[in-house]
Design a protein around this ligand. Structure first.
Ligand code: MLT
Length: 258
């Protein structure tokens, strides 16, 4: 992977393909590997810029994390790559929370928005408390707390066992400090429903029919709130549509981007 030093950390990223750039933002606590099937299939038409967010994958780990900081890291990455013009911003789950922040902070850098298996609302007080408890447990007991806890909810019931094993290994390889920092960052994120009116770019919303973490009704809420947004519900897929149903996802992405 490539690395660039931004905002006090080494940010790792893959840069594959050529054409209109897509800034691909993975979820929690995943890695750029989420986007590799899309980059493989569509790299002859689009440029896939796939960072590992701070504290995850191969990027540097700090206790500092917030949606603002994740978004600033990504803007610094685009600066490093000398991409000044607007790009497609594609985010899955927590990557969607970061995408909303990126649109708020850098609206002129966004050409199109793709929100996958995510939601716009903020955490309830109960959810914030739960994240704080999990963060503490991860730091004292290890990342297995999140890796084992999330795995059953990530995929549709019919998902291939090999896929579960592959992603369990990726989750388990994440540093506990990065996971804890991301949990606090998610708990502190603002309610992005208040920003719906400011989103003036073409928007595609994709969700797995069996998404148990951010179920389809949360995507319907975004589709109703964002002017002109298109909603696609993918059958037999859960919270990981790009790797569970890559052919369907890649087709939706290619059709939307034209
Ligand atoms: C994710 O998949 O990125 C997270 O599970 C989202 C969340 O916990 O809100």
């Amino acid at each position: 992977m490539n690395t660039v030093h931004v905002n006090g950390i080494d940010l790792a990223y893959e840069d594959r393909g050529s054409g209109a750039p897509i800034l691909c933002i993975h979820g929690f606590p995943l890695s750029h590997a989420l986007w590799l099937p899309a980059a493989e299939a569509l790299g002859d038409r689009f440029r896939f810029i796939m960072p590992d967010l701070r504290g995850m994958g191969q990027s540097g780990v700090t206790d500092e994390a917030s949606m603002q900081l994740y978004a600033e890291d990504l803007a610094a990455l685009l600066d490093h790559l000398k991409i000044d013009g607007p790009v497609t911003v594609l985010g899955l789950s927590m990557g969607g929370y970061v995408a909303f922040e990126f649109v708020r902070r850098f609206p002129q850098r966004v050409a199109k928005l793709v929100l996958v298996d995510t939601q716009a609302g903020a955490d309830s007080d109960e959810k914030k408390q739960e994240r704080a408890t999990v963060a503490q447990k991860v730091l004292s007991e290890g990342v297995y707390v999140v890796a084992d806890g999330m795995l059953p909810k990530l995929f549709a019931k019919s998902a291939d066992k090999g896929l579960l094993d592959e992603w369990h290994a990726i989750l388990s390889a994440t540093e506990a400090r990065g996971v804890a920092a991301a949990l606090h960052a998610m708990a502190a994120r603002p309610d992005s429903r208040e920003s719906f009116g400011d989103i003036r770019v073409p928007t595609l919303i994709v969700v797995g029919e069996e998404d148990a973490i951010t179920p389809p009704e949360l995507s319907r809420e975004m589709a109703e709130g964002i002017d002109g947004a298109r909603l696609e519900i993918v059958p037999s897929a859960g919270h990981m549509v790009p790797v569970e149903a890559p052919a369907v996802f890649n087709q939706l992405l290619a059709d939307f981007l034209g």
